[in-house]
Design a protein around this ligand. Structure first.
Ligand code: KG4
Ligand code: ZN
Length: 342
């Protein structure tokens, strides 16, 4: 372990459609700047080529802003951490190239970070509103690109024990929203409309998937056919029932997630549960996890909203842990679109 006084990490995240930079002083976040790309809204999903171009435009101002907000000089930086993958290749290349060049220019170490590990380890950011889980714990990472249950034994020892076989849970939210005519990303809108709806008004099929794996593509088709059938009879069906449809969709998705979590707890005997990824902003899943504390005697951990969606602070906390353990990367490191947790 490296002896140190104060470590300053500049972290860069550019795996999908958010350009983000953060500065951490040890495990504390001094700044966490996120530039969200609005350009994708009109296309109903992320357009990789446009995402890459927007990262090119955003990265310099976002990094400048993060350093300025942190009120440090870039000469004080101890290392640069960046997202190596998984994600969109064109997007990852921007952050990776930028991090490599800056580390070379400043003559400081470079640290590659796995985006999915970062969603999990975001819980270890020092923040008065968050308590970190104890090892070993189970992490449910739910985002627009991933759905995984990971057994986390230590900072650098984790194993995927369940994952989606097709769509990610965020995609299930977004695609359902699209069927309802809602704009992208539809997840937060389904959450909003669900608040005043009846979750038991409409019933959707819960898929039967082996072990701890998930599948969401059947649900999407189930919803599509249901809506097509109903709107044929009543063209105003969606408008007249939006809250109930959203509440029923959300209830189905949460039931799928909670059933698998219960199974994972049973199989591993681990009752420390932490969530991460953009979908952990969902109020339904948050409530279900809070309820599980008394219902199943689990200890559940939900990160602060800004550390749930894609952000560089979570890349920085992994960077800090890797720095302490001297896990550095070399200048020949390349972006990795498919980067599996191991
Ligand atoms: O982690 P994230 O910011 O980006 C990825 O790595 O994918 O997750 C984005 C996903 C989108 O699918 C979005 O619709 C979903 O998170 N999301 C939500 C909510 N907020 C964001 N889904 C349901 N309810 C929410 N409140
Ligand atoms: Zn993510």
């Amino acid at each position: 372990m490296l002896e140190h006084d104060t470590i300053y990490i500049l972290a860069i995240e550019s795996s999908c459609d958010d350009t983000s930079a953060a500065v951490l002083m040890n495990d504390k976040v001094l700044s966490n700047v996120v530039a969200t790309q609005a350009i994708h809204e009109e296309y109903g999903g992320v357009v990789p080529e446009l995402a890459s171009r927007a990262h090119q435009q955003n990265i310099v101002p976002v990094v400048h802003q993060a350093i300025a907000k942190a009120n440090i000089d870039k000469k004080q930086l101890s290392a640069i951490a960046f997202t190596r993958g998984p994600g969109l290749m064109g997007s990852l290349l921007v952050g990776t190239s930028f991090a490599k060049s800056l580390a070379l220019g400043l003559q400081i170490p470079l640290i590659e970070v796995n985006h999915m590990k970062a969603h999990i380890l975001a819980h270890f950011i020092e923040d008065e509103t968050m308590i970190p889980p104890s090892f070993p714990f189970l992490a449910l990472t739910i985002s627009g690109g991933h759905t995984q249950i990971v057994q986390v034994n230590d900072f650098f020892d984790m194993k995927i024990i369940g994952q989606t076989l097709d769509d990610a849970v965020g995609e299930a939210f977004d695609k359902s929203a699209k069927i309802l005519g809602l704009p992208y990303p539809g997840g937060p809108l389904i959450d909003k409309y669900a608040a005043t709806g009846d979750p038991h008004k409409f019933e959707f099929t819960i898929p039967n998937v082996k072990d701890l794996d998930f599948s969401f593509s059947g649900l999407k088709t189930n919803i599509l056919y249901f809506i097509q059938r109903q709107t044929k009879e009543n063209p105003d069906f969606i408008k007249n029932n939006l809250a109930d449809i959203c509440a029923s969709i959300q209830y189905t998705i949460i039931t799928i997630l909670m059933r698998k979590l219960k199974k994972a707890v049973k199989l591993t005997g681990i009752k420390e549960i932490a969530i991460g990824g953009g979908v952990s902003a969902n109020s339904g899943i948050r409530n279900a996890l809070i309820e599980a504390q008394t219902k199943y005697q689990w200890k559940t951990y939900i990160p602060k909203f800004e550390y749930c969606t894609d952000n560089a602070a979570m890349i920085g906390i992994v960077g800090y842990q890797k720095y302490k353990n001297e896990k550095f990367s070399q200048q020949d490191v390349t972006a990795k679109a498919r980067y599996v947790i191991s």
